[in-house]
Write a new protein. Structure first.
Lengths: 239, 266
């Protein structure tokens, strides 16, 4: 454990930079706080021990922990956040914020759950017609979707950032179903898309996604198939 | 310069993450140090294996097509760092790290001389598995539907699950939630037929509130039949036909439905 503390406090000495210094300062402050908590509780325990007069020194039996195959770290789950732009059909293009979770079932296939929120602005018609004409109320303009997708890594590969810096990557396809809550209604939504993932570290990936959310809407006219294009980017952590 | 910047920032992210975790609570320290020492775990916590095959390949990535950049020869020792799907990240004695397919490690030995027994999920686990979660999509009387389910199977041939879903009709959107009993008489086949019986509640919400502002609930019971297809690892494909009997005010209505989906077990 001592080595790990050293690693935290002394690591990366050869690459000083401002943000790193701030980060490390935060870590040191946190460690101090944590230390105070630990020693504080220790002191209370010691006081209690003094009162009873029964201080016992225990020599712990140190047994080497047996490491088995089942202890190997399996990194199959990924959680992430993303931001982007969604072009809400008949309305406007708006910022979108979302979270997702993925499970990597095989080297080729993964399952993904997504949840994202946005809010539509006025249509051109509403803009031109003045303040008295509104197709939706403010709350009905909230655009929220969730979906469950299956993904396939169609073109796995590597990217060469410099002659010595290489990251693994993949171009993938996704497809699935979900719900879009827009205009005060739930709408059955088919989502199709493609994305590109760069694996920055074994535990950290960066991705760009382009997705089409297709659903039938009757806000403007009856049974109109709308295509809502999303362009987003995000970071994910493996665990 | 760019390389330096990227490195610097990746480390900052870790530092800041750790600071937040440390401030949050004490137990998170373990996670924090895992983040720092991701690629260099404590020597005592690693699995070391001796290669008994003539050689094993080390690839640059955990997937199809990644080139072989190093070879570990018979008699040498490798350290297992982590696993992603059916690939293992290994470190050779000369400090090179790369990815090796699980099948290549099948004939390695532990320091005790015992053959390694790497965890592998197979069809056998499906037979004894207990928990399952899944999602599916399909149609109820021509209207789109999707649902998610979570279940427990105490017996190899029978289990129970909870289900929640939505049906999107032109004029009505309904949520439904219920419980199903599943009987899978021959689970050891790759394609296994099953039968379901369930009960639950539909909750209706009118889509055209200007015309009809009608919401309400109805009870249902259902019977179904379908098949599970074991795809591989812990993924099962599920296809099902189901008949619902929905009770209305003074009568009951029969609804036909089909759905197809994926579930995972653990």
């Amino acid at each position: 454990m001592e080595n790990r503390f050293k690693h935290v406090l002394l690591g990366h000495r050869d690459r000083p930079c401002f943000a790193a210094t701030v980060g490390k300062s935060l870590v040191i402050l946190s460690l101090c706080w944590t230390g105070l908590t630990v020693f504080g509780s220790g002191a209370i325990a010691a006081e209690a021990g003094d009162k009873t007069g029964a201080v016992q020194v225990i020599t712990p039996e140190v047994k080497p922990r047996e490491v088995t195959e089942a202890d190997i770290d399996d990194e199959s789950f990924e959680i992430g956040v993303f931001v982007g732009i969604i072009n809400i059909d008949n309305f406007s293009s708006e910022p979108l914020y979302g979270i997702n979770a993925s499970y990597y079932a095989t080297e080729d296939f993964f399952l993904q759950l997504n949840y994202a929120v946005s809010s539509a602005d006025l249509t051109s018609f509403e803009e031109l017609s003045g303040e008295n004409v509104r197709l939706l109320t403010d709350s009905e303009r909230d655009y929220t979707y969730y979906n469950a997708l299956v993904g396939y890594n169609i073109f796995p590969g590597e990217v060469f950032m410099t002659s010595k810096l290489t990251f693994n990557s993949a171009l993938y396809l996704v497809g699935g179903v979900g719900n879009t809550d827009f205009g005060g209604e739930d709408n059955f939504t088919i989502t199709l898309g493609t994305g590109y993932r760069i694996v920055l570290r074994d535990w950290l990936t960066w991705h760009i996604d382009f997705r089409d959310h297709i659903f039938k809407s009757d806000i403007i006219k009856e049974d109109q198939t709308t295509h809502n294009m999303e362009l987003s980017t995000g970071l994910s952590l493996f665990f | 310069m760019i390389r330096l910047w990227i490195r610097c920032n990746l480390h900052d992210v870790r530092h800041i993450l750790c600071a937040l975790l440390l401030l949050g609570c004490l137990p998170s320290q373990a996670l924090c140090f895992d983040l720092f020492n991701n690629d260099s775990p404590d020597v005592n916590d690693s699995v070391f294996l001796e290669v008994t095959e003539p050689y094993i390949d080390m690839h640059t990535g955990p997937g199809r097509g990644y080139p072989v950049f190093n070879v570990v020869e018979q008699g040498e020792t490798i350290e297992i760092l982590k696993r992603k799907t059916n690939w293992y990240k290994v470190r050779s004695a000369d400090e090179k790290t790369g990815w090796t397919k699980a099948s290549q490690l099948a004939h390695t030995l532990k320091p005790t001389g015992v053959p390694v027994d790497l965890p592998e999920i197979t069809h056998g686990d499906y037979l004894k598995s207990s928990w399952r979660v899944g999602f599916g999509a399909g149609q109820v009387e021509g209207s789109n539907t999707f649902s998610i389910s979570a279940g427990y199977r105490p017996l190899s041939w029978a289990g129970a699950e909870l289900e929640w879903g939505k049906i999107f009709d032109n004029s009505v959107t309904s949520d439904f939630y219920g419980a199903n009993l599943l009987v899978e008489p021959v689970p050891d086949w790759i394609v296994t037929p099953f039968f379901t019986a369930g009960a639950g509640m539909f909750s209706f919400d009118s889509r055209h509130k200007v015309l009809v502002d009608d919401t309400g609930t109805s009870r249902y019971f259902s019977f179904g039949a379908g098949a599970n297809y074991y795809i591989g690892r812990n993924i099962v494909m599920r296809g099902e036909y189901r008949w619902y009997s929905v009770s209305t005010d003074d009568d009951s209505v029969g609804l036909n439905s089909w759905r197809i989906g994926l579930s995972t077990f653990f």
